[in-house]
Design a binder for this molecule. Structure first.
Ligand code: KIV
Length: 291
């Protein structure tokens, strides 16, 4: 895409608690930059975000892409699966993320049954995520060959599409739970072929979820568009984690998720201390009251 010099990001926010974005990182990230990153071997960093303050922190930390995942159904709304997530929920969360972050590319998930019904419905729903939510690209689960014509239509309408193969949580009822995909020769071949078809349909990147590392490496080497792995080993062009897994808010995170901090313990400690202070009447003290 752009041949412009896109380096030299400046941190204009208040100096303080959160470290600034690494120097020399891209300014506003566009879909074409991810292609350039694959070509230059620079790993693409992606995290899910569902609200404005988290999006602002992820921006400040220098993340390249914010994914407003339909995992919001599990992480924020307390559902067992992503199936109950609606367009209205996705628009609300995407708009909040778009208000919070400037530099990262903002990608929003199309939820269950908003892209499986028809090409026209898919276009309408993706258009709403862009025009009302401020998404700069949409992601859809692309294991099903029927969705390829929708991918083509979105791309020709100017809506960049991120594909998603391997484990696709919206198919949880058909895949008997959350299992590693693409094991065995036939399954591996099918996954590679489907990834190539998704690329052919015009996707600018493809998420590989819960795929053996060697297969993810093969797919990454065969595709010209970047792969973004989650539970797919180190050879993908980028990595995505669910924010709540990364910061230690998830009670039982998946094995592949590294916990970078223990937010559950910190929040629990703070809440318990507040409750104790209120009960003991040591809060609010004079320093936190008005004359
Ligand atoms: O919804 C989501 O958060 C996702 C990621 C796990 C890739 O699709």
């Amino acid at each position: 895409m752009s041949g412009q010099d896109n380096t030299n990001a400046t941190d204009t926010t208040t100096p303080g608690k959160v470290p600034p974005a690494p120097k020399g990182t891209l300014k506003k990230v566009r879909v074409g930059h991810l292609q350039e990153m694959k070509a230059s071997g620079r790993p693409i960093t992606v995290v899910t975000a569902y609200d404005a303050p988290t999006a602002a922190l992820a921006d400040k930390a220098g993340l390249d892409v914010l994914l407003v995942g339909d995992s919001v159904g599990n992480t924020v709304h307390g559902f067992e699966t992503t199936l109950p997530v609606t367009m209205d929920m996705m628009i609300l969360h995407t708009a909040a993320v778009a208000r919070g972050a400037q530099r990262p590319l903002i990608v929003a998930d199309l939820p269950f049954m908003t892209f499986q019904v028809s090409v026209e419905k898919t276009l309408e729903n993706a258009g709403r995520l862009v025009s009302k939510g401020g998404a700069e690209a949409v992601k859809l689960e692309t294991n099903d060959p029927h969705v390829l014509s929708s991918v083509e239509r979105l791309v020709s309408a100017g809506i960049p599409v991120m594909g998603h193969v391997g484990l696709t949580p919206q198919s949880v009822n058909a895949t008997s739970g959350y299992r590693v995909q693409g094991r065995g020769e036939d399954a591996a071949k099918a996954l590679l072929e489907q990834s190539l078809r998704v690329q052919e349909a015009g996707a600018f990147a493809i998420v590989l979820e819960l795929v053996p590392a060697t297969l993810a490496q093969q797919v990454t080497e065969r595709l010209s568009v970047p792969t973004i792995g989650i539970g797919a080993g180190v050879h993908c062009d980028g990595q995505v984690l669910v924010f709540h897994d990364l910061v230690g808010l998830t009670e039982s995170p998946p094995r592949f998720a590294r916990k970078y901090m223990d937010m559950r313990a910190g929040v629990l400690r703070g809440l318990r201390k507040f409750a104790r202070d209120v009960r003991e009447k040591s809060y609010p003290d004079t320093g936190h009251s008005y004359e």
